[in-house]
Design a protein around this ligand. Structure first.
Ligand SMILES: Nc1ncnc2c1ncn2[C@@H]1O[C@H](COP(=O)(O)OP(=O)(O)OP(=O)(O)O)[C@@H](O)[C@H]1O
Ligand SMILES: [Mg+2]
Length: 759
């Protein structure tokens, strides 16, 4: 019998009452696994039928995702598909889907001509895209029919398309019910229903461990009854033992069976630590870094076993936690206990703690989890908090993570400060000799200081190899690849890529892996065209919308991913990127960059000049501004009347690329301008020699002139408004091209050169 759902049930009764009306006829039910969603739907169907309302019930299931419109068709008893299909007067291919959706609509119209109908659809978190799309419009299109909808979905940490469908329907007036844990009164009623008596103190305490989840509670009570572990005396049910019934273990094991082996091991090990735990300590116990644990932790959270509260990780239900502890094989448990005794959490307190006991390490981990899911503001706040925790001056990790986030968001001044802090904290800690240069390299790359970026990334790579940290080596290589590509050195980029792929960034946390894959995709695309880029990007696309690390790693990532998908006519992936980018913007209203990045992606997808103008003017990154201007120019070039505007946009792109020394990109834009009949010769010639004096680029010649006059790198940098590192970078190119090794040789060559009439 359903207990304690007074408010929810009242809403559903109102829905049934209005089935004959025209408005307010959608009720959305959502909640965690086992909360009682299906029971609410079943009760509603029973009551409706008893009142003479026709009922159509359908549900999505995990394996049915490949059957388009499956839940709707089965609800309407049109599965196997309508006779028309068999008769052969149905279209095939993409047209079939629309045709089927039309069939669903006309069937619903027909069925509601003479009598009201209640449609209940359960487990929509597993629904196929066609079903979700149909549900997006059916309720409003059939608003004038006596039709009521009752839709249910599970909520886990994964929001997903069904979550967005519910948002949209709610905006249009649907009522949303969140099915929450049962309160103590309802729990007592369920106990009385099941055991025929009120619980004694211990049984009440044990039942409370189900946290008000009806499924867990019923498994517990039924299990206790089956094992004869409760006795009823004088109307009170009392426990006869202390062990949990087998039935609870079976249910918990079934849930754990849904996660990977690694995650299950993590859960077993951390369960021994206690119901809530510090990820840093768990990592130490398992001999891993907290970042390496990230994928497994995420999986456990998505499965609803762990919960990331605002600042710690804990087992969502006490009963589940106990069951895991009790079912860890005894020798494993003993080994874990020995380990804890040797190195107990209490003897190595977290380096810094805030009032509620959570440590900087925990905050850092939570900040990375939030970041990876596109909750950037939250991630940034947590990282800032971790970095500012009193006493945190001893460990560089919080500031290192903060530096990465600030760099991605183009908050470069604050990033410099954070990096300076991390660098200071890392003094004397050899294990940081790789990470600090890699952070510096990424920051320099973002700020457009390519030479310096390459120099630091090389240093980071060497150190990462010496220390044997593949994730850091992968980060360094992705910076090297991106910087060489930007500097127009494709062969070098390809060398790094090969190196990177050979090592394989597997094992690295999602945000590192996705970045590496994005960098690899960019190089492949530059080298072999869109199809070749696509081939290495499938994981980046498929991780969306849950893992958005690639999209947030650079301001033009989303637009670029859309462009590549469109070049190979993969509209679905292009849309997925736009949706994910807009999702990030929507979740982070206080940040400018995500909304500009989304506008850029949307502009490319929808060929929308206004969105591109917004991107072109609002991107913080000059290179991203150039990229948007180029997109706008390309879009306008297709329109004869807009030719002048197209040339203007491409010219701004050219100037902008030039300002950040993006040689390859500038060359491409020049090609586009030539295509429009415009000639730009001054910057790089395509038939350029590769060595000797004539092979020097404009910037290299300028560096040359200044250095040959005896200026130091710093003085030359000041004159040219670029960094000292960039000067050094260009100078190395000059030495290589001229086949010389010193400034003295350069000065001599320059002197000879200047007496030649053509220079
Ligand atoms: N309010 C309630 N009172 C008594 N029993 C309940 C209540 N809600 C749910 N139950 C029982 O708890 C069990 C789980 O409920 P149900 O299957 O409806 O959960 P659900 O939310 O649909 O879960 P899932 O997400 O796994 O589909 C069922 O046996 C159901 O009968
Ligand atoms: Mg259910």
């Amino acid at each position: 019998m359903m207990r304690g759902r007074g408010a929810e049930w009242a809403t559903i009764l109102r829905l049934l009452g209005t089935a004959a009306d025209t408005a307010g006829n959608v009720v959305l039910v959502e909640g965690e696994p086992g909360m009682g969603k299906s029971l609410l739907l079943a009760e509603a169907a029973t009551v409706a039928a008893a009142r003479g309302t026709a009922v159509a019930t359908g549900r999505a299931d995990e394996l049915g995702r490949l059957t388009p419109l499956g839940p709707l068709l089965s609800a309407l008893a049109e599965w196997p598909p309508p006779v028309a299909l068999a008769r052969g007067d149905s279209p095939d291919g993409p047209g079939l889907l629309m045709w089927l959706a039309e069939q669903v609509r006309t069937t619903l119209e027909r069925r509601t001509e003479s009598e009201p109908l209640l449609v209940t659809l359960d487990d929509l978190h597993w629904a196929d895209p066609a079903t979700l799309m149909a549900l997006r419009t059916l309720p409003s299109r059939l608003a004038s029919h006596p039709l009521a909808w009752l839709l249910a979905r599970r909520t886990t940490s994964e929001y997903g398309d069904s979550g967005r469908l519910f948002d949209l329907l709610e905006e249009e007036g649907a009522t949303r019910i969140r099915v929450l844990p049962l309160d103590d009164g309802a729990v007592a009623e369920v106990i009385a229903d099941t055991l025929g008596a009120a619980p004694g103190e211990e049984l009440a305490a044990l039942s409370a461990q189900a946290g008000g989840n009806p499924f867990l509670l019923l498994e517990l009570l039924t299990g206790l009854r089956e094992e004869d572990a409760v006795r009823v005396r004088s109307g009170v049910a009392r426990l006869t033992g202390t062990a949990l019934p087998q039935r609870v273990h079976t249910a918990v094991r079934r849930r754990l069976g849904e996660v990977s082996t690694k995650t299950r091991h993590l859960l077993e090990a951390t369960a021994v630590l206690g119901r809530s735990f510090s990820p840093a300590y768990a990592a130490e116990m398992l001999g891993e870094t907290p970042a390496a644990l990230l994928p497994a932790l995420e999986e456990a959270i998505a499965a609803g076993v762990l919960a990331a509260t605002s600042d710690e990780l804990m087992f969502r239900y006490e009963l589940v936690w106990r069951s895991i502890v009790e079912t860890v094989p005894a020798p494993v448990r003993q080994a874990l206990h020995h380990q804890i005794e040797r190195n107990p959490p209490a003897r190595q307190p977290p380096r810094h703690q805030r009032a509620d006991g959570s440590s900087a390490e925990t905050l850092v981990l939570l900040s990375l989890l939030a970041w990876d899911e596109g909750r950037l503001s939250r991630g940034l706040d947590l990282a800032r908090e971790a970095a500012e925790m009193p006493g945190s001056g001893r460990h560089p990790q919080p500031r290192a993570v903060l530096t990465t986030m600030l760099t991605d968001l183009w908050l470069l001044d604050e990033a410099e400060t954070a990096l300076a802090g991390a660098t200071e904290e890392a003094v004397g800690q050899p294990e940081w000799t790789a990470e600090i240069p890699v952070l510096r390299a990424r920051l320099d790359l973002t700020a457009g200081r390519l030479g310096s970026a390459i120099e630091h990334a090389e240093a980071g790579l060497t150190a990462a190899d010496t220390l044997g940290v593949p994730a850091l080596a992968a980060s360094a290589l992705s910076v090297l690849g991106a910087a060489s590509l930007r500097a127009g050195d494709l062969p070098r980029a390809i060398r790094y890529l090969k190196n990177d792929l050979a090592r394989g960034p597997q094992g690295a946390p999602p945000y590192v892996r996705l970045r590496s894959e994005l960098a690899a995709g960019r190089i492949n695309e530059a080298h072999g065209g869109a199809a070749s880029g696509m081939s290495s990007l499938s994981r980046v696309y498929d991780a969306l919308p849950r893992h958005t690390g690639a999209l947030t790693s650079e301001p033009t990532a989303a637009a670029w991913l859309v462009r590549v998908a469109m070049a190979v006519q993969d509209e679905r992936r292009a849309d997925a990127v736009v949706d994910a980018a807009e999702g990030i913007a929507w979740r982070n209203p206080c940040l400018l960059n995500p909304s500009v990045a989304a506008a850029h992606a949307r502009g490319v997808r929808d060929r929308d000049p206004e969105a591109l103008v917004r991107a072109m003017t609002e991107h913080t990154d000059p290179w991203a501004r150039a990229s948007a201007a180029e997109d706008l120019g390309v879009l306008l070039s297709a329109d004869l009347d807009a030719r002048d505007l197209a040339v203007d946009s491409l010219n701004s792109a050219l100037v902008c690329y030039g300002s950040v020394e993006a040689i390859r990109d500038a060359a491409r834009v020049r090609g586009r301008l030539r295509g429009l009949g415009e000639r730009r010769r001054h910057w790089v010639r395509t038939d350029h020699p590769v060595s000797g004096w004539a092979s020097l680029t404009g910037t290299e010649q300028a560096v040359c002139d200044l250095v040959a006059q005896g200026l130091t790198n710093r003085q030359a940098a000041e004159q040219m408004f670029i960094s000292e590192h960039t000067v050094a970078f260009h100078l190395r190119q000059v030495f290589r091209k001229l086949g010389i090794h010193s400034r003295v040789e350069l000065a001599r060559l320059a002197a000879q050169q200047s007496v030649r009439p053509d220079h």
